[in-house]
Design a protein around this ligand. Structure first.
Ligand SMILES: [Mg+2]
Length: 179
């Protein structure tokens, strides 16, 4: 391991954050009958009148910040995450992961569009990816292409980020902290 690489590993982790699913759960107190909600999530107008925004838990922002990571939006909401979601959660304006120019046909089958982009963005620094659409190919790609620590943390989109998720995220952050 080179000294430059050691420097990168010692930096605070990045945390790439999805919106639909982890922050806006698709379930409802009524139960799993609302499992068709994701279709609505991609078609509803994403403005202040979006009823899905009522599903945001304002307390989540503080919990995310307390992890001590550099937060980065990794979501199809793109800059709208800063304009609409961040104020509700009490988050500052965050950097946004760009959608790559490459089409899905240029990666292996099953690779999420975010995976290559966030591995490149991390540049070897430790990172967490919080999403509800992480698959086996994303783990394979990250293991092969990313030399530093990583945590691909899949969230149940019917529930969103829960206490259990935050325990796991905090434990991982502690585990990679230099002693
Ligand atoms: Mg999602």
């Amino acid at each position: 391991m080179t000294s430059a690489h050691i420097q990168k590993v010692r930096q605070r982790p990045l945390l790439f954050l999805d919106v639909d699913g982890p922050l806006i759960p698709f379930g409802s107190p009524a139960g799993p009958s609302s499992a068709t909600a994701p279709a609505t999530a991609t078609t509803a107008p994403r403005d202040q009148g979006n009823p899905l925004l009522a599903r945001l838990d304002p307390g989540i922002g503080r919990r995310l910040l307390s992890l001590g990571c550099h937060l980065v939006w990794a979501t199809t909401w793109m800059e709208e995450a800063n304009e609409v979601v961040a104020p509700i959660l009490g988050l500052p304006r965050l950097p946004v992961l760009d959608r790559p120019d490459t089409g899905p046909e240029e990666g292996p089958r099953g690779l999420h569009w975010k995976t290559r982009a966030l591995v490149e963005r991390a540049e070897g620094r430790p990172f967490i990816w919080v999403d509800d659409e992480i698959g086996p190919m994303d783990h394979l790609w990250t293991d092969a292409a990313h030399p530093g620590p990583s945590l691909l943390h899949e969230v149940d989109p019917t529930r969103g980020l829960t206490d259990t998720d935050f325990v796991a995220l905090a434990a991982w952050c502690r585990s990679i902290r230099p002693t």
